[in-house]
Design a protein around this ligand. Structure first.
Ligand code: FES
Length: 349
């Protein structure tokens, strides 16, 4: 956990509010270091699975689910709640999506994708260019957000963050565990899988759209539904995860497992340079951008997936330089998405 401070929005100095939040989050991290189970980095999964899109379905405004099957039928590799696929799209883009079907179902996988108009193009390709019958290739499944056995759970999902949470809820139900789900979003129309959730015990599910409450939920509000000693599993946007993390010490919950679906904020970034040895080009990485973003401007096809430092997709061999490690990359690799450099780095790219 770094102690460096975020910059203000105008870039003139440390942001005081974010500095306070950062210190509080740091405290929470320290307090709960032992309550959040450390997980080993996911093993590399090298197999490619050719898949066909056998069904698409609009699940909410801007959210489409894909049902993926083997072209000739047949069972797919097993998966556990929290698992994701790396999807290789026809354009060559690689994107990561949580499996959100029924655990144990191996005749097909289901993923759901929110269309991001200003994203890097993967979600637009899926929404605008892919249709039933089209082929994709998957790698995985692998699991960086494992669901651990317990007796009591609070699930907190924000928007498309419901995707890894949904199989966890079904598994908790099947195990006879005590569970609650809090599901937030901008509006009901934007929240996928509400129809499926309506089939679950209503007293255990709280749907909380901002449009019906006026403001986004506070962390204490989200955690108010936790039973004594409950394990919290949360997936959603950074502000929601931060709110939950800050409120955890004053809740009845015991531990927090979380996954955010956007890149983490850059905390007190310092500029550095990355030399791409194969072309001899040198890329400047500004204080407020990642190496992945900067390198992506000169190498648009540079591979990435999670943008959070855990999937390994963006790792490149480091030839020289001093790395500020913010990922699980090995010592001789650089995770372009989160690692930073001191001064000048040279990579084999
Ligand atoms: S994109 Fe996943 S580790 Fe960088």
């Amino acid at each position: 956990m770094t102690t460096e401070l975020p910059r203000s929005l105008d870039g003139t100095g440390p942001d005081r509010l974010m500095s306070v939040v950062h210190r509080l989050v740091g405290g929470v991290e320290w307090l709960h270091r032992n309550s959040r189970r450390r997980t080993a980095p996911p093993s590399p999964v090298d197999r490619d699975i050719p898949l066909v899109i056998s069904e698409t379905r609009d699940e909410a405004d801007g959210v489409r689910s894909l049902r993926l099957t083997r072209p000739g039928g047949g069972p797919l590799p097993a998966w556990q709640p929290g698992a994701h696929l790396d999807l290789l799209l026809p354009s060559g883009r690689k994107r990561q999506y949580s499996l959100c079907g029924r655990p144990g179902e191996r005749s097909h996988y289901r993923i759901a994708v929110r269309r991001l108009a200003d994203g890097a193009g993967g979600s637009r390709e899926i929404h605008d260019e892919l249709a039933e019958g089209d082929r994709v290739v998957a790698r995985g499944p692998r699991n960086a957000f494992p669901f651990i056995g317990g007796r009591s759970y609070l699930f907190v999902a924000g928007g498309i963050g419901i995707t890894p949470i949904l199989p966890m809820v079904r598994t908790a139900m099947a195990r006879g565990a005590d569970w609650r789900l809090v599901y937030t979003g901008r509006s009901r129309a934007s929240m996928p899988f509400l129809r499926e959730l309506a089939e679950l015990p209503a007293e255990r599910v709280w749907i909380r759209p901002d449009t019906e409450f006026g403001i986004p939920a506070a962390g204490t509000e989200l955690l108010a539904h936790a039973a004594e000693g409950a394990a919290v599993y949360a997936c959603g946007p950074v502000p929601m995860i931060t709110a939950v993390r800050l409120a955890l010490p004053v809740s009845a919950a015991k531990g927090l497992h979380w996954e955010r679906f956007s890149a983490p904020p850059i905390v007190d970034g310092r500029e550095f340079t990355v030399e791409l040895a194969r072309s001899g080009r040198t890329v400047e990485v500004p204080a407020d951008r990642t190496a992945l973003e900067a390198v992506g401007e000169v190498l648009p096809d540079v591979a990435y997936s999670c943008r959070q430092g855990f999937c390994g997709t963006c790792h490149v061999p480091l030839l020289s330089g001093d790395v500020l490690r913010r990922s699980r990359a090995r010592g001789d690799d650089l995770a372009l998405c989160v690692d930073r450099g001191r001064g000048h780095l040279t990579v084999d790219l």
